[in-house]
Design a protein around this ligand. Structure first.
Ligand code: IPE
Ligand code: IPE
Ligand code: MG
Length: 253
């Protein structure tokens, strides 16, 4: 990968070519991929980790500035304990094996959500990954882990309510902008595109606030088969959309 300065230039050129600045992906379909191949669900998750690598490389190559991946939802704790254990094991393995490489590629890693308050090993790895890559200027890779959008919004409301209670903020100062700044995604570019793989067409508690004017693209591919080609298809679909933000058609009359 080129240097940070070169990546910034790539990103500017990409924006001019209609490439979304911020893409979020609901990485779904690992279990169904495994089933369709006669394999255990774990194998789907393991192959899903390889698709994560491909998606980061594709984001870089295509000039996407920020990539946000939904890796584990606050509702996923309702899965069988063995599957949760396997997912945590894969996350640990992924950070251990890929962190240095991501850092070398100038990727800035950030975790949103509530982390893992009860598994100090997972939490320490997440902290280390963020700390190591803090000053990087390449792809902004955000991993939503133990993340739920309603929970994120409630936490932001609590934070602002505390400031009001402390007398440092007036209720009327709570604008959409200030609210956005209290969310986990503060500082990331506006969300342009949400991709969901596996054919399901729902947000499953992902980036509800941020997706207010994002384009939604649902791909008929299970996550373990996702690659640059699928990313390009999603970007092509995005390019065909006309974003109006409540206005009128660009062509007028
Ligand atoms: C996505 O694949 C991975 C996680 C939600 C952690 P799934 O495990 O949801 O796969 P399906 O939806 O059962 O096929
Ligand atoms: C959404 O997928 C969560 C992640 C991809 C991490 P799920 O498979 O958990 O969503 P539902 O249950 O089908 O809505
Ligand atoms: Mg699923």
């Amino acid at each position: 990968m080129p240097s940070g300065a070169a990546i910034e230039t790539d990103t500017r050129q990409a924006a001019m070519a209609g490439v979304p600045r911020h893409v979020a992906i609901i990485m779904d379909g690992n279990g169904r991929w495994a089933k369709s191949h006669g394999l255990p669900r774990f194998e789907g998750h393991r192959r899903g980790a390889e698709a994560v690598r491909r998606s980061v490389t594709a984001a870089h190559e295509l000039g996407i500035e920020a990539l946000t991946l939904y890796s584990f939802s606050s509702e996923n704790w309702s899965r069988p304990e063995t599957e949760i254990g396997e997912l945590m094991g894969l996350l640990k393995r992924f950070i251990r094996s890929d962190l240095r490489d991501l850092h070398a590629k100038n990727v800035r890693l950030r975790i949103i959500g509530e982390g893992h308050p009860t598994d100090s090993e997972v939490q320490a790895l997440l902290d280390e990954a963020q700390e190591l890559t803090r000053s990087n200027t390449g792809v902004k890779l955000t991993v939503a882990f133990n993340y739920g959008s309603r929970n994120e919004i409630a936490r932001a409301a609590q934070q602002l309510a505390r400031q009001v209670a402390d007398g440092v903020l007036r209720p009327e100062d709570i604008t959409p902008e200030r609210f956005s700044d209290a969310l986990d995604t503060a500082g990331l570019p506006p969300l342009d595109l949400v991709i969901r793989t596996s054919g399901e067409q729902r947000l499953s508690n992902f980036l509800l606030w941020q997706a207010a004017y994002a384009e939604l693209v649902f791909l008929p591919v299970f996550w373990p088969d996702f690659d640059r080609d699928w990313m390009e298809r999603a970007l092509a679909e995005y390019g065909r959309r006309e974003r109006r933000f409540g206005g009128v058609e660009a062509s007028g009359s």
